[in-house]
Unconditional design. Structure first.
Length: 282
């Protein structure tokens, strides 16, 4: 994998074959995106630490809040920047990439790279560009930070109508996470095979909460419902969780998940799988 420098800290994606998928740990335990492919216009809000810290995600444009599938673009960018940083390169917020680069990264190598695919990517960029985030998470309740996921988006088309890639500028909030290596986590190589929005977020929650620890993690369905930010009712959310457990035979990529009764609350237990076998590790 190599990145060619365009300007000071600005990167051109040249080869993505060996780049591991990275995510910012702050964005994994609590959901910051829409988990539905239907346009969402209601805000996502969550408070914790006795309500001293909060997040609010909104989009007042016609695009709707960026989805967890749109966020694949952010994962692509974070992974490129992390790889460059690990190799000692100076990183910045501006990245150029082709549609083929992105599609290969998310495992759609054999898919069409034609007009429809490029239109879909442009739609993702527009939702990321118009979704507003407000939080004081890193300031421990004392300061607000407002931003959009992508402050600039450009689509290159030459005089003959041929597509020439995209240029994006990431929010400084995201770039700071890359510079602080402790804030980044590596995802499973199979993350992009998860097709459901709630499935994807549940995996991210598992990765952040249980990680590689041998004691696993237990959290109530009620807590997960609030963290997920979904618009559905609590009962509907519980049904969806149970359906995921049943359909996947209790295995979500490299984690074992099951419904348990913990402290008199219906809860989800998650444990890291060892050597790809489903066995309890605590």
């Amino acid at each position: 994998m190599a990145l060619r420098v365009l300007g000071q800290g600005d990167l051109f994606v040249a080869n993505i074959q060996y780049v591991r998928t990275k995510h910012a740990r702050e964005l994994m335990e609590t959901n910051w995106v829409s988990l539905s492919k239907k346009a969402r216009h209601s805000a996502i809000e969550y408070k914790w630490n006795t309500e001293d810290s909060y997040i609010r995600v909104s989009n007042d444009s016609g695009y709707g809040i960026a989805t967890i599938w749109d966020f694949d673009v952010i994962l692509f960018a974070l992974s490129q920047l992390t790889d460059a940083s690990n190799r000692g390169e100076k990183i910045g917020s501006r990245i150029w990439f082709s549609g083929g680069d992105f599609l290969a990264f998310i495992g759609r190598i054999g898919s069409s790279h034609g007009g429809r695919a490029y239109q879909d990517i442009w739609a993702k960029l527009n939702r990321l560009h118009t979704t507003h985030i407000q939080t004081n998470l890193r300031a421990n309740g004392s300061l607000d930070w407002k931003f959009v996921w992508l402050s600039e988006i450009k689509q290159g088309i030459d005089a003959n109508g041929r597509h020439r890639g995209y240029e994006i500028v990431l929010a400084d909030w995201l770039v700071e996470a890359v510079r602080n290596k402790r804030m980044m986590l590596t995802l499973s190589n199979d993350y992009f095979t998860l097709t459901g929005g709630l499935e994807r977020w549940l995996y991210l929650w598992c990765r952040k909460s249980a990680g590689s620890q041998t004691t696993g993690w237990v959290e109530s369905f009620d807590s997960l419902w609030h963290k997920s930010g979904v618009e559905s009712s609590y009962s509907a959310f519980c049904k969806r969780i149970r359906r995921i457990i049943n359909e996947r035979n209790g295995e979500l990529l490299d984690y074992r998940i099951e419904e348990v009764l913990y402290a008199r609350k219906v809860s989800l237990s998650v444990e890291r799988l060892v050597q790809h076998q489903m066995r309890r590790i605590r």
